[in-house]
Design a protein around this ligand. Structure first.
Ligand code: SF4
Length: 232
């Protein structure tokens, strides 16, 4: 990663201001875009969302959740049938195996229910910290960590909130500087900003409410100057 220029505002103050401006810009972005009506559905939808858009997952789960109501349903179905049912989300062999293995563990060790702790969720096959954080934060309102998906990873690096590329280390960096009360909503707002403005290939820095707080805009727009944006 290229060297970042020193932020113009002290880091703690800068982080506070980033949170404030994202809240103002995306007041509605407080939860996952995945559709679900219970923790099991969210667990399945999150596993399906790997390498797939939320829109496509929602299209698939609209039918899937009518057919599979309980962990037992996923545990008992022939694997090939589950694969067919989730095929449009891609990587369906692995995803079907993960869902079925997780469902069997839920049935055998958790009474068919999704557990409510990071430690227990991480024992489920196919569940890493990102999935566990999505489920805990969105289905139970429990802040055990911060969701680090591809947008959160990219924006955290661009904003100089971390120098790491490993997602678990990025999460640790974010947990150290983001107040715990913001752990659930902060990634959703960052994701929204990543989708609309701080895009992967060409971020729209001239339209960004964080430009004067961001050490990276100069890499993308070397000839431009940004002014304070309190006015934005
Ligand atoms: S200024 Fe540019 S690089 Fe920085 S957060 Fe905004 S869009 Fe992303």
């Amino acid at each position: 990663m290229s060297k970042k220029r020193v932020p113009q505002v002290e880091n703690a103050q800068r982080v506070k201001e980033i949170i404030h401006r994202l809240k103002k810009a995306y007041p509605e972005a407080t939860k996952t875009a995945l559709n679900f009506s219970n923790p099991l559905e969210l667990l399945v939808a999150t596993i399906l969302s790997a390498q797939c858009t939320d829109e496509r997952v929602n299209m698939v789960t609209a039918e899937l959740f009518k057919k599979y109501r309980t962990a037992e349903d996923y545990a008992r179905v022939p694997l090939a049938e589950l694969e067919r049912d989730i095929k449009p989300t891609g990587f369906y062999h692995n995803k079907a195996r993960s869902i079925q293995a997780a469902a069997r563990k839920l049935v055998e060790e958790f009474g068919g229910r999704v557990p409510q702790s990071m430690e227990e969720l991480l024992t489920l096959p196919g569940v890493a910290r990102k999935t566990a954080n999505v489920v805990l934060g969105n289905a139970f309102g429990i802040a055990s960590g911060i969701v680090v998906d591809t947008h959160v990873l990219r924006l955290s690096q661009r904003l100089g909130l971390t120098q790491h590329t490993d997602r678990d280390k990025v999460e640790q960096d974010l947990m150290a500087i983001i107040p715990k009360r913001e752990w659930i909503t902060f990634p959703h707002r960052l994701i929204e900003h990543g989708r609309r403005i701080c895009k992967a290939r060409k971020p729209l820095c001239p339209e960004c409410v964080l430009a004067d707080l961001c050490p990276s805009w100069k890499e993308f727009y070397p000839t431009m100057t940004f002014t304070s944006p309190s006015a934005k």
